[in-house]
Design a binder for this molecule. Structure first.
Ligand code: NCD
Ligand code: ZN
Ligand code: ZN
Length: 344
């Protein structure tokens, strides 16, 4: 039985770091294991211009613990007023790595998102021209569509039409939660990838709802039926380079989670690598963890994989149940299983 596993240092292709005191509290957990991360722009107010992204990046770099080796890869939040030239200039300066599409109202802090997709066509056209990827929160917001169907309907009604209209546009389907999404990714040879979170490899919708409501397992897109979780595990552990890790680690204070109307998001930064090692071992695919966490993402984003390495050893993982922040405690995702791999 293998006792240690050394992989290229992983990257997180979908991460929420927030700002201010919360940023200071959560950033060390990501920087300890990950070399780079795609930083989500859904602050209040959102990161919409190149200037916003430069300022946010400076705040992240200033909050890094001493000696940390971590590069934030910035994104812009797409609005109906986004200026294609501002996007192109930010990309040309190396300031941004992607633009993020949130359908208006789909998730946490998405009020400034897109309602009329025609209005963002000039930005998408420019992005296709310069090779800048679009990251999508893939859920429709039509109240008539059941929340468990919102991802599948998004693919059919929004994503596929966008991809037909902008054939050169590179797209990352973020935090996919369904077999439908995995199948759609596989149906396209190039220019389409998907991130898969740690928690969606572990929980299905029963974990949220059976035996009492579990706010800490509530995230968006909401976890689906078991057959979908199994499809995600198959995709993540398949070695298919179109699938890569985006933790979607999304901290909210317990005070904001444990409410009659609680926030969506799972905080997985501290124990993600231990959980992934466990999941990949359960699937007899430990040898494919490096591809999923460290190689496929850089390949999609046209970056070199990290030179540094990360070693996991077979020993019980230790992580706090909660972390303290100046805004209050944040509960760490509970994978409901012993974790037998620790980051050395
Ligand atoms: N995933 C979540 O449940 N929440 C994210 C937003 C998002 O990624 O949709 C957040 O910012 O809290
Ligand atoms: Zn999202
Ligand atoms: Zn997210």
């Amino acid at each position: 039985m293998c006792q240690s596993l050394t992989i290229r240092r992983p990257d997180d292709w979908h991460l929420h770091l927030r700002d201010g005191e919360m940023l200071a509290a959560v950033l060390p957990h990501s920087a300890a294991h990950f070399a780079r991360a795609i930083i989500m722009p859904n602050l209040v107010p959102p990161v919409v211009t190149g200037a916003d992204a430069a300022a946010y990046r400076a705040r992240i770099v200033a909050a890094l613990p001493e000696g940390a080796d971590f590069t934030p890869l910035m994104t812009l939040y797409l609005t109906e007023d986004t200026d294609p030239e501002d996007v192109a200039a930010a990309h040309a300066q190396g300031l941004i790595s992607a633009v993020k599409l949130y359908p208006a109202g789909a998730t946490t802090n998405s009020a400034s998102g897109v309602t009329d997709f025609d209005r963002v066509a000039p930005v998408l056209e420019k992005m296709a021209e310069i090779g800048l990827p679009l990251c999508t929160h893939g859920e429709v917001t039509d109240p008539a569509v059941d929340i468990f169907d919102r991802e599948a309907v998004f693919i059919e009604k929004v994503l596929d039409p966008i991809r037909r209209r902008h054939p050169g546009l590179r797209v990352v389907m973020e935090h996919i939660t369904t077999k439908d999404a995995a199948d759609y990714v596989r149906s396209v040879e190039t220019g389409l990838g998907a991130t898969i979170t740690t928690h969606h490899l572990v929980i299905n919708r029963n974990h949220i709802l059976v035996g009492g409501i579990k706010p800490h397992y509530y995230c968006l897109p909401v976890a689906k039926r078991e057959q979908h979780r199994l499809a995600l595990r198959a995709a993540a552990t398949s070695g298919d380079a179109r699938f890569f890790l985006g933790t979607d680690s999304a901290p909210h204070t317990d005070a904001n989670k444990l409410l009659p109307c609680g926030c969506a998001g799972c905080f997985t930064a501290p124990n993600t690598m231990s959980i992934l090692a466990e999941v990949f071992e359960q699937e007899n695919a430990l040898d494919r963890l490096e591809g999923f966490a460290s190689l496929h993402g850089p390949a999609f984003y046209d970056m070199a994989p990290n030179e540094a390495t990360l070693t996991l050893t077979r020993s019980p993982a230790r992580y706090p149940e909660q972390i303290e922040t100046a805004e209050g405690p944040v509960t760490v995702f509970d994978p409901m299983m012993p974790l037998n791999w620790s980051v050395a």
